[in-house]
Design a binder for this molecule. Sequence first.
Ligand code: ATP
Length: 354
Amino acid sequence: MAQIRINNIRKDFGDFTAVKESSFTIEDGEFFMLLGPSGCGKTTTLRMIAGLELPTSGEIYLDGEEISQKPPSQRDIAFVFQMFALYPHMNVRKNLSYPLVSQGMARRDVKAKVEEVAGILGITDILNRPVGGLSGGDRQRVALGRAIVRDPKAFMMDEPLGALDAEFREHMAEELRALHDRMGATTVYVTHDQLEAMQMGDKIVVMNNAVVEQFGTPQEIYDKPATMFVADFIGSPSMNFLSFEGTVAEGATSVDMHGQAIGVPRQMQGDSGKLVFGVRPEHVILSDAGDYRGEVKATEYLGTTQIITLDTPNGELKARTGSDRIVKTGERLGIGFEAPKVTLFNEGSGQALR
Ligand code: ATP
């Protein structure tokens, strides 16, 4: 059992702040993603949970016990380094036994535990092979096995699939998720790949510039992005942003977006801040009618759907439609929106209005 609670942690390296006051909770058994672009502070956050870095301030709790300043050896958390952190001259069995032998476990128990873990990972038949000659996938399994044998409370994984090619990566991602579902151990997983995070994660923390932008389930983050950064980072193609320059009239419950009424949250009424309309490509409705029109610049065929890029008075806009609609470059189409799916942002702060 392992619930990990992060309360207001911060990490400074000299004058540089790698993680600003961040809080979130990882529930027992969750597959939890730390997602964000390079340099945003994901790895530093993971290393603080594992005890490889100590927070400058704030606390980390493991099952209610504060562990913020404890060394890694007293945390019972396993850190799975990017693949291949193995002893190449030793065989698989020795690589798996090593963490147990160095803990002083009896030889017979070590053998039993190694064989149990090899069974879980499907690597029993390669136990006596040297690690040096193994395929990428088998090395990955052995690296995981090295973490699993110790029966830790939680696993920390830093881009464990980063070195694999796309096709194999997808296969290993599925295998990893299935393994997690069988074992049920709390896992914290760092990635910069939004698709990987959406596909694998029970929950996601999206970080940017040392700050937690949003924390929630993949669906919450996709459907209700808290900031323009999250809306842009999640989803492919990204959300369209259309600027709206105007004042929301006192008492108005909606604003006009090219002939369509878009509901305005109460907090915005009477406000004169600049707004941005965020619309995902699948919520753009193309038709032959309508006053608000755009010219087709390009189409990208994706099998059951297609992405149509249009030039509009507000700049470029992408729409996702069924691929049965025949669209020609240069054609002018009417553009509408699924009003309830539009997210409004404050242009200055980048925050979504709720
Ligand atoms: P990446 O995917 O590129 O590893 P990340 O989101 O994991 O990115 P971190 O590795 O956490 O980012 O690094 C965040 C910032 O902190 C970076 O600018 C990095 O250069 C800086 N940083 C990390 N460790 C140290 C350190 N020991 N000393 C100084 N700066 C550091």
